[in-house]
Design a protein around this ligand. Sequence first.
Ligand SMILES: Cc1cc2nc3c(=O)[nH]c(=O)nc-3n(C[C@H](O)[C@H](O)[C@H](O)COP(=O)(O)OP(=O)(O)OC[C@H]3O[C@@H](n4cnc5c(N)ncnc54)[C@H](O)[C@@H]3O)c2cc1C
Length: 486
Amino acid sequence: MKPSRRDFFKGAAAGVAVTTVAAAATAAAVAGPGAADDAMAAADMEKYRALGGWIEKPSDIRPALDGDTTADVVIIGGGFAGLSTALELRRQGANVAVIEREFCGFGASGRNAGYLAGAGGLEHDLFLKHVGDETGKKIIQYYDGAVDYVEARFKEYDIACDYVPSGVLRAAVDPSQEGRVRESMEIGHRLGHKSQFLDSVEMRTRGIPPAFLFGEYDPRGGTLNPGKYVLGLRAAALRAGVRIYETTPMLSYAEGRTIKVQTPRGAVSARAMVFATNGYTPGNGLLETKVMPVRVSAIETEPLSPAQLKSLGWPRREGIVTAHYMMESHRLTASDTLVVTTKKVRYPYGSRTPNVPDYGAYHALRRALHERFPTVRGIALRACWSGYISFAQDALPVIGVTGADQNIFFTAGCSGHGVGSQSFVGHLLAQRIRGVVDPILAGIRHDTPDLLPEPLRWCAVNGAFAATNIMDERLNAKIAARSAWR
Ligand SMILES: Cc1cc2nc3c(=O)[nH]c(=O)nc-3n(C[C@H](O)[C@H](O)[C@H](O)COP(=O)(O)OP(=O)(O)OC[C@H]3O[C@@H](n4cnc5c(N)ncnc54)[C@H](O)[C@@H]3O)c2cc1C
């Protein structure tokens, strides 16, 4: 199915838009950053961290696979999905090997914004067009249930990851966004998602920073340190007896009743295999026509001073996402830094996933920080980084099984909402490998539409995302002009 312009446009609205150099230039022209901002942007370039802001390479890195071995299940990728699946399979008594190209947490799991969010962050009308109400209800259960699942894992594995169960707020920054917020909220309620509308009085009573006018509050979930969470899963997997081979890229695999995964210095033979490579999946030769990697960026400030913190209010520290066509996310961390993500994202041609900076995105995020929190304008950055999510055209998870022997399982298409769902999917996949199909897994089954081939894909996706950027920047310029007159 060929995506319409509107489909792509709404895809961007799901929180995973991409940008082009042209769009960045347009946006800059609209907002008109001054010389001071340019100087800050230059300083920000020094703060780029190739591994993200939360994580370092573990000091106890596991040795690479050296020689041939066997397992019941071999898992490719050591993020939330791979480690959660490994832990659930071990619970069933399976012999499990995890093959990780770098180290566990190197991918999006160690680089995200740390929102453990339920279905509140989804663009319900986008996926409903593709699947209808019954599947829609199961999708809501999947995302909401994932929050409960992860909270239970913190306790079970004794993972301390600075979790603040503050809930998540989707907030308007301009009165014109009320329709979008209310419409999405009403569809969510129809599908069984529980949330509440906070009007401006309730927002001020809660002490939410004044740039955020009103919004949909989902009391489920909150914010965490994703680096600590993923390393906690890694430690739990090692304790449980999962064999983890780090700095071990899968080079190729041979299908069959027994699958053979080849790495540079050895191979793993197993009766089942799980692709838990998310944004890197097309680059590994699977789901190339179904999912694409999208680069998402983040900035983190230096710790706020007590006076700066006080100027924000925000006593409950809710995770905030904005109701833009392409959201901004704003949150405080346990060390009193501010983390701002998304706003400008990018689809790299040919589904490539180079580990490179995106300075245009960091610059845009800094402007968002200034616009939403004028009292901390000019604060230095501690870090900026980028990572890859995976995105299907219908913005829905892509979970399934393939291969002549139906023993190659996969989970991708996180659409930027994977802290909960890419953990919970481990439970669902482990059961499925055992032959038990959970009703939620059965319920969210749907056909993922094909993406356009290149170069049309690159042009269409980046073009649509650039359009959303322009619309968002127009709105931001309107807000800035209004506050200048006050
Ligand atoms: C900046 C940013 C902000 C985000 N914010 C949020 C948020 O606040 N809330 C939320 O829910 N989600 C968020 N996400 C999305 C979330 O991080 C992901 O959905 C989730 O981490 C995906 O987990 P995963 O295990 O599926 O994939 P990943 O964590 O990407 O893990 C895949 C692993 O596979 C490995 N791999 C790839 N190829 C090979 C190979 N050939 N051989 C061996 N290993 C291989 C990689 O090295 C990687 O470690 C964000 C993402 C980004 C980038």
